[in-house]
Design a protein around this ligand. Structure first.
Ligand SMILES: Nc1nc2c(c(=O)[nH]1)N[C@H]1C(S)=C(S)[C@@H](COP(=O)(O)O)O[C@H]1N2
Ligand SMILES: [Mo]
Length: 257
């Protein structure tokens, strides 16, 4: 580990090294290790960083700055690569924070998509209503930070179209998702409105199977796997940072791929 010694206080250095070791996402940890010095961190955060929690808070602030930078670099018109059907990975991998034997069984007939926050029309949607909207499909690559990627085919409603239908505030910063399995995540508005971001209702031409997120998941080829929520139950639009299941444990929030 290479941390420049701008500050001579050895206890301070140890605290920073410790806080850095606790950053779980390797890419983010590497980025911080290359760029952060205790003196620089103190300057950026404007506080003296006298203890562990102050250092950790400042590291989080740095990471949010990194999210902002990634957000500014995101090109809302640039498309992720697409592939021919012949390149679809079979079988497509399953992943969740639990095993495949614990996949949640959602009753499609009783399911309602709930809406809240900065949205003009908050009436819940049934699956049949979503299926009646405009549908698109894509064959794209899903990349998981655990070190695998796979090509799959998803079909569903372009999310920008849906956001317009419900009158979502397009100047709001975040769109958040709550899922049937207690998973949750949130994305920036630019990615929400990206042309390849879809509310996926099908996988490989069939209704989305339970393991891939029945009845609906958000599919974004411009974001890493953990940013693509399965089993979505509620969507909200907000200016308050909503975090996420893995993001709150240290994964980079922007999570672009
Ligand atoms: N509801 C929910 N969505 C989730 C997860 C989860 O545990 N629960 N895991 C995420 C992660 S880390 C990955 S890689 C993908 C896996 O999606 P797949 O099963 O379609 O491959 O789902 C993402 N979305
Ligand atoms: Mo993942």
């Amino acid at each position: 580990m290479k941390i420049k010694t701008h500050l001579t206080d050895p206890a301070g250095q140890a605290t920073l090294a410790d806080a850095l070791r606790r950053v779980p996402d390797p890419a983010r940890r590497g980025f911080l290790q290359r760029t952060v010095t205790l003196g620089g961190l103190a300057l950026l955060s404007g506080c003296s960083l006298s203890d562990d929690s102050a250092v950790e808070q400042a590291l989080n602030a740095m990471s949010r700055l990194n999210d902002r930078a990634q957000g500014l670099l995101f090109d809302p018109t640039r498309l992720a690569p697409t592939y021919p059907d012949s390149m679809i990975t079979r079988p497509f991998p399953f992943n969740a924070y639990y095993g495949e034997d614990e996949v949640r069984a959602v009753d499609g007939a009783a399911w309602r998509l709930e809406l809240s926050g900065l949205v003009a029309r908050r009436k819940p949607w049934t699956l049949a209503q979503l299926r009646a909207l405009r549908q698109e499909s894509q064959v794209t690559r899903h990349i998981c930070v655990e070190g695998w990627s796979a090509i799959g085919k998803w079909g569903g409603v372009p999310f920008a179209h849906f956001l317009d239908l419900i009158g979502a505030d397009r100047h709001a910063r975040y769109v958040g998702f709550r899922c049937a399995d207690d998973y949750f995540t949130s994305i920036d508005m630019a990615t929400a409105r990206h042309p390849q971001t879809i509310m996926a209702l099908t996988y490989d031409g069939q209704p989305l199977p339970p393991r891939y997120g029945f009845p609906m998941k958000l599919r974004m080829p411009t974001k890493l796997g953990y940013k693509n929520p399965k089993h979505i139950q509620a969507i909200f639009v907000t200016n308050t940072y909503p975090g996420g299941y893995w993001e709150n444990q240290g994964y980079n929030w922007f999570g672009g791929s």
